[in-house]
Write a protein that binds this ligand. Structure first.
Ligand SMILES: Cc1ncc(COP(=O)(O)O)c(C=O)c1O
Length: 432
C-alpha cells in the first residue's frame, strides 16, 4: 500500500525544486511542542521549525490576534500608516537594548540582514565614507541571498554560486570557537578579538560599514563565544567607530533564556536584526537601528510590499506579549538547564559526545569520533537524528562539519517532555 506520506513525497520530487535536505515526514498539525504527521504519528518537536515556533505550535493568543486582524484588514501598502505596524515598532524599541529605537519591518531574516547592510552603508555615506568593507565571522550564517549570502561564511552552502556568494568588500574574521581552540576559553575570546582587530587594520582601509555577528552562532553549530570575546570586540569597534550589528534572528525572543541573547553580555548594538521567533511562524523580520544610525534614512531608501503587513504585525505583537506574559523566557532558562544537566550526564557514558554547550533552549551537542582527535562524527550525527525521528523526536542538525545535534524546541516544552527526549537521546546513542 502506498502511504499518504509517500504520495506527497513523490509529488514534492516532481514539482518542488529539491534545494532542501528533506526529512521523509509530512507534517500536518502542531500544538505546543508536539507535531503530528499525515499518518497520525506524534513527535516531540525539538527544533521548532528551526528555532522559530518559540511560542509553540498554533498558540491560541496568536491565532486570535491573526483572525481578528484578518477580519478587519489583510493588507494595505506601506504608504499608509497602520496601527499594528507602529505598535509593533514601539514594542521592539522597548524590548531591545541600549538606544535601539527605529524599526523597518520586512518578511524574513535574510531581508532583515539585507536592510541592515543597506542601512549601515547609507550611514557611512552620510559620514563621508563609502562603507566599502563589511566584516562577519567564519562559520556565520546570515542568509542565502544577496549580500547576506556573502556574509554567511560556510563554504558548504556556496558551491556553484561563484561571485554571487562573495560580494566585494566582505571579510571574515576568525570565530571564537572554544571547543576547537587550542587556547583556554578566556584566551580563545581574547585571541579571536585580536584577530578581528588585525582583519580591520590589515585588510581594510578603516572604511568599514559594520561588523556583524550572531551572539550565539546557530547554523554554525551553536557556538557560544566566551565572555572575553564580547568584552574585547566592543572596545575595538568603539575605538574605531565601527557600527556593530547583532544578528538576533535565531537567538531572539526567549530562545537563549533571555528575551534577547544580547542581554547575556550587556551588548548595546547600533543595529539589530530579528526574525524567526519574532513571528512564532508567520513570515516577519525587522531591522532596528539607533536614532543616530536611522537618521540617515531618506524617503525611498527602503520599501517592501509585505513588510509590516497588518496581519503579520498583529500576530508578531501578540506573540511577543505572549512570550513575556506566559513566562516562556523563564521556561527556556529552566528547561534548558534540565537539558544541559541531563546531557552532561549522558556525555559521561557516551564518548561520541565531544561537547555540550548552549544557553536556554539553544543547545548544541557536538559529536566526535574520539575526544582527543575531535574528528567530526558526521555520519553518526545523521544516523542519530534519523533514529530519534523514528523514536518520535524531531531534532536539528548543524555545524560546519554537520556533526552538531541542535536542540531548539518551542519554549513551551515541559520538563517531562525534556526528560522523555533525554531518555530517547541516550537510547539513540546505544543504537549507533
Ligand atoms: C542568524 C541568522 N540570520 C539570518 C538568517 C536568515 O533567515 P531567513 O531564513 O528567515 O531568511 C538565519 C536563518 O537561519 C539565521 O539563523
Amino acid at each position: 500500500m502506498v502511504t499518504k506520506s509517500k504520495e506527497i513525497m513523490e509529488l514534492d520530487k516532481k514539482y518542488y525544486q529539491q534545494g532542501y535536505a528533506r526529512v521523509p515526514i509530512v507534517i500536518v498539525e502542531g500544538k505546543g511542542a508536539v507535531l503530528k504527521d499525515i499518518e497520525g504519528n506524534e513527535y516531540i518537536d525539538c527544533f521548532a521549525g528551526i528555532a522559530t515556533a518559540n511560542a509553540g505550535h498554533a498558540p491560541d493568543a496568536l491565532v486570535k490576534a491573526g483572525t481578528e486582524q484578518m477580519k478587519k484588514l489583510f493588507h494595505v501598502s506601506g504608504r499608509f500608516h497602520t496601527v499594528p505596524q507602529v505598535k509593533l515598532a514601539k514594542k521592539l524599541s522597548e524590548i531591545t537594548p541600549g538606544d535601539l529605537k527605529k524599526t523597518f519591518l520586512c518578511n524574513s531574516g535574510t531581508e532583515a540582514v539585507e536592510n541592515a547592510v543597506k542601512l549601515v552603508k547609507k550611514y557611512a555615506f552620510t559620514n563621508g565614507l563609502t562603507g566599502g568593507a563589511m566584516i562577519s565571522l567564519e562559520c556565520a550564517f546570515h542568509g542565502r541571498l544577496g549580500y547576506s549570502f556573502s556574509l554567511t561564511a560556510n563554504a558548504s552552502y556556496k558551491k556553484g554560486f561563484g561571485s554571487y556568494s562573495n560580494a566585494p568588500g566582505v571579510k571574515h574574521a576568525p570565530v571564537p570557537y572554544s571547543y576547537r581552540s587550542k587556547f583556554s576559553e578566556e584566551d580563545c575570546g581574547v585571541e579571536a578579538a585580536n584577530r578581528l582587530e588585525e582583519v580591520i587594520d590589515r585588510q581594510t582601509t578603516g572604511d568599514v560599514a559594520a561588523f556583524i555577528m550572531e551572539p550565539i552562532l546557530g547554523e554554525g553549530g551553536i557556538i557560544v563565544p566566551p565572555d572575553s570575546y564580547f568584552r574585547e570586540i566592543v572596545k575595538i569597534l568603539n575605538e574605531r567607530d565601527i557600527p556593530f550589528i547583532v544578528d538576533e534572528v535565531q537567538t531572539g525572543f526567549g530562545r537563549t533564556g533571555k528575551l534577547l541573547a544580547s542581554e547575556h553580555w550587556g551588548l548595546e548594538p547600533d543595529v539589530m536584526t530579528l526574525a524567526k521567533g519574532m513571528g512564532g511562524g508567520i513570515p516577519i523580520g525587522a531591522c532596528i537601528g539607533t536614532d543616530q544610525i536611522a537618521s540617515c534614512v531618506e524617503s525611498g531608501d527602503f520599501f517592501s510590499t509585505y513588510g509590516g503587513n497588518p496581519v503579520t504585525s498583529a500576530i508578531s505583537l501578540a506573540n511577543i506579549n505572549y512570550i513575556q506574559e506566559a513566562g516562556l523566557v523563564e521556561n527556556s532558562a529552566k528547561v534548558g538547564k534540565v537539558f544541559l544537566d541531563g546531557l552532561a550526564d549522558i556525555q559521561k557514558r557516551r564518548p561520541l559526545i565531544g561537547d555540550v554547550r548552549g544557553k536556554g533552549l539553544m543547545i548544541g551537542i557536538e559529536l566526535v569520533k574520539d575526544p582527543s582527535s575531535k574528528k567530526p562524527a558526521k555520519n553518526e550525527t545523521k544516523s542519530l537524528v534519523e533514529k530519534l525521528q523514528k523514536a518520535g523526536v524531531i531534532i536539528g542538525l548543524g555545524g560546519i562539519f554537520k556533526n552538531v545535534l541542535r536542540l531548539q524546541p518551542p519554549l513551551v516544552i515541559s520538563e517531562e517532555q525534556a526528560k522523555t527526549v533525554l531518555e530517547k537521546v541516550d537510547d539513540g546513542f546505544s543504537k549507533i
